[in-house]
Design a protein around this ligand. Structure first.
Ligand SMILES: Cc1cc2nc3c(=O)[nH]c(=O)nc-3n(C[C@H](O)[C@H](O)[C@H](O)COP(=O)(O)O)c2cc1C
Length: 326
């Protein structure tokens, strides 16, 4: 696996930003890129796998256990009714489970012998890890603490991704009720390295500092959101280029899983009300987010971004990679 990893890794970014063009351009610029399988149909994932030639990775969402208290999601649905009115959409009935076609996506990874497969939101079974490794894939599991690292190691991965609290987008935390996103990436890396000798990729911090601290590679997402090849929504690009820097916060308001996002009206209104509840809350807010995107209204969009988002610059992915290496 070490021979596949490059010091800069382009993170998987589900929901649009990750495109095959981004991954291919990263490869040409000498960096490993990840396709993001999250939310996509298996057919869409397969089409992307077919377009790959140089080494690449594929990221999968591990299904989370069903909610203990669905009532909290019903109450949140009530709280969101004014938003439904505002954006002229109907909120769907609460949908508690969705495995994101996990088994079919694992099967595709096996069939296409994907060089690197990473997991987020939890630990895949040892059987899944064995099947991927038998097909020739190297397996990485994302963790946010030493304790999660121990749990992940039991599944037999080739390495771990240590995600720091400043990371943009969803946290991979296995305990979303407790997650605050306040642990620096260097601390998480040190804690994870203390429990294992397997290679550790870091995420959510400064690339040279994390490499110097022993990370085999650093996976960055936010820095690539403004790349020409990224599929970032125009409304998010506009906010990031507006010259009026916004704070980022960790919020469950959009999906029920803590995620770091740029503050906007939706974050400020609903963060205190949103319970833990991925994927139920993801489905609940989807029509609001879709309507806001169609209107070019960034105030009800999930503007995933990391704490260091202000350093982002538009341009080709190769230039972003060079800037991260420096
Ligand atoms: C827009 C966006 C989408 C993301 N989607 C995923 C994803 O689908 N799977 C995943 O494992 N990580 C995802 N992440 C988290 C990254 O893997 C990584 O932890 C994070 O980007 C690192 O912090 P940085 O954004 O400050 O570079 C996403 C991050 C962003 C910014």
């Amino acid at each position: 696996m070490r021979e596949l990893l490059t010091p800069v890794v382009v993170a998987p970014m589900a929901g649009g930003p990750s495109t095959p063009e981004l991954v291919i351009a990263a490869g040409r610029a000498g960096a490993l890129g990840f396709l993001a399988a999250g939310y996509k149909t298996p057919e869409a994932v397969e089409a992307e796998l077919r377009s790959m030639s140089s080494p690449y990775g594929l990221n999968l969402f591990v299904p989370v256990p069903p909610l203990a208290d669905p009532g909290a999601v019903e109450r949140y649905r009530e709280a969101l009714l004014p938003e439904a009115e505002r954006y002229e959409v109907d909120l769907p009935p609460v949908r508690l489970t969705d495995d994101d076609h996990f088994a079919a996506k694992v099967e595709l990874a096996v069939t296409y012998r994907v060089p690197l497969v990473s997991f987020t939101f939890g630990v895949p079974s040892a059987e899944v890890v064995r099947a991927l490794r038998a097909a020739g894939s190297a397996v990485l599991i994302t963790v946010t603490s030493g304790d999660e690292a121990r749990q992940a190691l039991a599944a037999g991965p080739d390495g771990l991704i240590a995600q720091g609290g400043g990371a943009g987008g969803h946290s991979s935390t296995f305990t979303p009720a407790m997650y605050r996103g306040d642990r620096p990436a260097l601390d998480v890396l040190a804690e994870v390295r203390a429990v294992t000798g397997v290679p550790v990729v870091a995420a959510g911090g400064d690339t040279p500092a994390l490499l110097a601290a022993g990370a085999v590679a650093v996976q960055s997402g936010t820095a690539f959101l403004l790349a020409d090849e990224a599929g970032t929504r125009p409304a998010q690009r506009a906010v990031m280029l507006s010259g009026a820097p916004r704070e980022t916060v960790v919020t469950r308001a959009f999906t029920g899983q803590p995620a770091r996002a740029l503050r906007n009206r939706f974050v400020d209104t609903y963060s205190a009300l949103a319970p833990v509840g991925y994927p139920a809350i993801h489905h609940l807010t989807a029509p609001i987010r879709a309507a806001a995107a169609a209107r070019g209204d960034a105030e009800a969009l999930n503007l995933w971004a990391g704490a260091r988002h202000a350093a982002g610059r538009p341009g080709p992915v190769a230039a972003v990679i060079d800037a991260l290496r420096a």
